[in-house]
Ligand binder design. Structure first.
Ligand SMILES: [Fe+2]
Ligand SMILES: [Fe+2]
Length: 164
């Protein structure tokens, strides 16, 4: 329960982490959709172009809620892995989507604990699309969809805070 109990100030900071991840996704999908080469990757390259647009819509929604909460939306993306190797690109995207899904699952609970049901609702809708992205990437890599229900990985770790 402790990790769901954040203050509004902490929620703004966490949403800015989410926004930085959305920017990362916009950039990665923009670049990767254009540089992925080879017949085997034509279909997923088209998918990634669609993802890029969806990530922009997510960024706008998160930025709107940060502003509503009285915060300033960040302008800095999390770093993007650059590679010309298809599998490296797809793995980077999949890893980012896994982190994003973990973070948003936590964020829904935190928003609800604060009574911010409308933000929670919007994040649920984003989460549904992130899970589709995750499935698209895992399928392109010929893998099962990763189980991200366990504890967060090192890049997804939200700051643990007492009280709130
Ligand atoms: Fe997104
Ligand atoms: Fe995504």
């Amino acid at each position: 329960m402790a990790e769901n109990g954040v203050t509004r100030r902490q929620l703004i900071d966490l949403l800015n982490e989410d926004l930085a991840r959305e920017y990362q996704a916009i950039i990665a999908y923009t670049v990767y959709s254009q540089v992925l080469k080879g017949a085997a990757y034509m279909a997923i390259a088209k998918e990634l172009e669609v993802h890029a647009g969806e990530e922009l819509a997510h960024a706008l929604t998160i930025a709107k809620h940060i502003d509503y909460l009285g915060g300033m939306p960040t302008a800095t993306p999390k770093p993007v892995v650059l590679s010309d190797d298809a599998v490296t690109m797809l793995r980077a995207d999949l890893g980012n989507e896994n982190d994003t899904i973990r973070a948003y699952r936590q964020r829904v609970k935190q928003c609800e604990a604060l009574g911010e049901y409308a933000i929670a609702e919007d994040i649920r809708e984003i989460l549904r699309q992130e899970q589709e992205h995750q499935t698209d990437l895992a399928t392109a890599l010929g893998e099962d969809v990763p189980d991200v229900s366990g504890p967060a990985g090192p890049t997804a770790k939200a700051p643990r805070r007492k009280g709130g």
